[in-house]
Design a binder for this molecule. Structure first.
Ligand code: SF4
Length: 348
C-alpha cells in the first residue's frame, strides 16, 4: 500500500477520536486553526468554545468591538492574530457578501491567513488539494522522508510542501491533511516517537537509517532579548479609577491595555524614575507618595524576556488623563496582557 492510502486508512480508523477534526464550516475551521496553531489542544479548546459562543459566525465577528474580541483572546498570546481575524471578517462581509471565499488564493489573501491556514480551510471546507505544513507535519515528514535541512528554515518547509503536494489525495484532500497533522501529533511525536506502533516503520527513512534521534535537524535557537518595564499604576485617591494605556505601536501586545510604562535599560528606583523625561506623564496629575512598589515580575515570551516592576501611585487629579491613556473603572472589562493579569491577581 502506498503512503497516501496508508495515511487515509489510518485516518478512517482514528477519526472518531478526533472530534475537532469533524468541523466542516470554513469559519469554524478558521477559528480553530488560528487558535490551535499557537497552543496545545487542551489549552486551546476552552478559548475556541468561548470565541464561537461570543462570535458564532462571520457577521457577529465583523460587527464586534475589537476590545471585546481581545478580551476573549486574553491569555492566548499572538494578539495580532485576533486583530487580523477582525479585519478579515470585515473584508468577507464587504467583498464576499458575508460568504467565506472558496478559492485558495482568495482565502490566502485575507489578513493573517498564511499558507498553512489557507490550505487547511481550502482542503477541509472546499476539497481543494493544497497540503498543510504545520510543525507536526514537518517533524513527521522530515523523519519519514529523511529531510536533513534545518526544520526551522524556509527551505525545509518548501521541500516538505513539495513532498506533500505530490502525495495529497485529490479526492480527499481534507482527510489527508488532517491525517498527516494528527499522525505527527499522536505517533511521530517530539522527543521519542512511537516507532513500535507506527504503521510507517517499513518505509521510514529515520527508522531504517537508525537516525530517529537525529531528525528533525534544528537551527540554534534565536537569543532572547531582555527588556525592563517600569510600570506606573496610577489610581485615584479612593482607588475607584485606574489609568490604562492602549498599546498601539508595532510591538508586543498591540491592541491590549497596560499601565503607563517607562522602559529603561535596567529596572530603576522611584527616585531614578522621577528623573526621567517620561515621568512628566503623571506630574500634571498631582501624584501623591508611592503606595507600594511590587517585587520583580519575569515574563517570558518567544523572543523576549520582560522584567517588570509596578509602582502604585495615587493622584488627586485623575481627570487629567495623559495622552494615549484612558480612565478605567472596571479592570475586568478590558483586555490586558498576561503579565498585567498576574500583577492584578497579586494586588493587595
Ligand atoms: S517509524 Fe518512528 S520516526 Fe518513523 S514515522 Fe514512524 S514514528 Fe516517526
Amino acid at each position: 500500500m502506498d503512503f497516501t492510502s496508508q495515511m487515509l486508512e489510518w485516518y478512517e480508523h482514528n477519526k472518531r477520536d478526533l472530534p475537532w477534526r469533524r468541523i466542516r464550516d470554513p469559519y469554524l475551521i478558521w477559528v480553530s486553526e488560528i487558535i490551535l496553531q499557537q497552543t496545545r489542544i487542551d489549552q486551546g479548546l476552552p478559548y475556541y468554545q468561548r470565541f464561537i459562543t461570543a462570535f458564532p459566525d462571520i457577521r457577529s465577528l465583523a460587527t464586534a468591538d475589537e476590545k471585546d474580541i481581545m478580551k476573549i483572546w486574553q491569555g492566548l498570546g499572538y494578539y495580532s492574530r485576533a486583530v487580523n481575524m477582525h479585519k478579515a471578517s470585515l473584508i468577507i462581509m464587504n467583498d464576499f457578501n458575508g460568504q467565506f471565499p472558496g478559492s485558495y488564493e482568495a482565502i490566502r489573501g485575507l489578513p493573517g491567513i498564511g499558507d498553512y491556514t489557507a490550505a487547511a480551510i481550502a482542503s477541509i471546507a472546499f476539497h481543494l488539494p493544497f497540503p498543510v505544513v504545520d510543525g507536526n507535519v514537518i517533524r513527521f515528514f522530515s523523519r519519514h522522508f529523511g529531510v536533513k535541512e534545518p526544520v526551522n528554515s524556509a527551505k525545509a518547509k518548501q521541500i516538505i510542501r513539495e513532498i506533500a503536494t505530490g502525495l495529497i489525495d485529490h479526492q480527499h484532500p481534507g482527510s489527508f491533511n488532517q491525517a498527516i497533522m494528527e499522525y505527527g501529533a499522536r505517533t511521530c511525536i517530539p522527543g521519542i516517537p512511537m516507532c513500535d506502533s507506527c504503521c510507517f516503520e517499513q518505509s521510514c527513512f529515520a527508522y531504517s537509517h537508525n537516525s530517529v534521534g537525529l531528525l528533525p535537524v534544528k537551527n540554534k535557537k534565536v537569543r532572547q532579548r531582555t527588556r525592563y518595564f517600569n510600570y506606573l499604576v496610577i489610581t485615584s485617591d479612593n482607588e475607584n479609577a485606574w489609568i490604562m494605556r492602549k498599546r498601539v505601536a508595532q510591538d508586543i501586545w498591540k491592541g491590549l491595555y497596560d499601565f503607563p510604562l517607562i522602559e529603561t535599560a535596567k529596572l530603576l528606583s522611584l527616585k531614578s524614575l522621577k528623573a526621567t523625561r517620561d515621568w512628566s506623564l503623571i506630574e500634571k496629575m498631582n501624584p501623591g507618595p508611592l503606595i507600594r512598589c511590587s517585587g520583580q515580575f519575569r515574563h517570558i515570551l518567544t523572543h523576549q524576556v520582560i522584567v517588570a516592576r509596578f509602582f502604585r501611585i495615587s493622584v488627586s487629579k485623575v481627570n487629567v488623563v495623559p495622552e494615549g491613556c484612558i480612565q478605567v473603572r472596571d479592570l475586568t472589562k478590558i483586555p490586558v496582557p498576561r503579565l498585567i493579569e498576574k500583577y492584578l491577581q497579586n494586588l493587595v
